[in-house]
Design a binder for this molecule. Sequence first.
Ligand code: RFL
Length: 390
Amino acid sequence: MIKNAAVLVVGAGPAGLVLANLLQEAGISTVVLERGSREHVQTRARAGFLGAHSAKVLTEHGLGAGMLHNGQSHGTCAFRYGDSQFELDYSTLGRSEVHTVYPQQNLVTDLIAAYLERGGDLRFGATVTGIGTASATVRYQDSTGTGEVSGRFIAGCDGSNGVTRTALPAGLVTRCGRDHGIAWLAVLAEAPQSMSAVTYAVHRNGFAGHMARSPHVTRYYLQVPANDDPAGWQDDRIWSELALRMRADTFGQLKEGRITERRIVRLRSDVVDPMQHERLFLAGDAASLISPSAAKGANLAILQAEVLARAFTDALVRDDESALNAYSRTCLPRIWRAQEFSHWMINLLHGPSGTGQEADFHRALHRTRLDNLRDCRAQQDLFAEHYVGI
Ligand code: RFL
């Protein structure tokens, strides 16, 4: 039996946990229902790059101790293409902001600990199966059977395959999106970073990426055919393909290590508009899935959780629902700005395939786009502003 609370939060990812912590800080009762086990959510490796705004939100609300202590500040990225490489020190470009590298599973672990330490009600193994948007009721299933819990509001923070977005009535809500037709083999290696910067390599065989996660763990990406089987990618094959696309012979060998994760990630994006109906409000991937090409998903989730926490607080403490009514209007322009930049990054990182005059034409345009970023200060400032900002 789960006790009723003012806000029922579905999902304990970055969106749900930041929201629950901020509401708890404002003295608003919450209950978080999470399908997975605590161990599952605390070990789910996904994001790693937190933008300046995310770091600020976490720090301002006393949730940033782990990030500040163990995270690494990161302010450069490099592009390799043809036989050249250039580096952008984005900490000195645009708004002179940096990323903090802090693995998402560590952040989720910190947020769970903070919420529970302050007496939060978080139910693991509780799968939400139905939503009453007008009554703010949630039906769930856990090890004891099925149950129902009521509140004043529901926050749908259960990701892009969750149940809350399906509760928005089709006739009143539009959902647009696309499968970019591109897949990455996402790899985690028990190895220190091979380069000092995030490195994006454009190669005829496809894109390859290198990103730090911690002093002992590095994330790599390899563009692969959309229906590829990760089991076909043995460690040796991964390292040799990475070395080829990263031009390791020219720019330095990769620091290899045991590969602990290999999974196919399809690049997909979508946006739900509006992100709210009656008493239900979506945040994070539930509202908008964004491809990982520009590392925006967790950052958008934190931003929306912050906006939503403020709006719920206005409604519940000050009896003012104007911010809640404007929630979608407040968030959607920022979501679209992040979507636009992520889409631009997809085009920058993936060269055209095939042969023939048309492919050659697109290849030359693509190379010129990279040259422009290398040579044009105005482009670099714009890039930096969108790359770290939200
Ligand atoms: P999450 O993290 O998916 O959490 C949703 C939670 O809801 C639970 N759930 C349910 N609970 C109860 N009942 C149900 N019916 C439920 N259905 C689902 C799930 O178990 C889960 O715990 O969503 P949230 O909070 O919106 O956070 C979004 C981020 O996780 C996501 O956008 C990022 O990971 C995207 N992303 C990155 N974002 C960044 O900002 N920077 C990065 O560097 C970055 N790298 C990445 C990424 C995503 C990746 N993948 C795997 C797609 C790298 C990768 C490889």
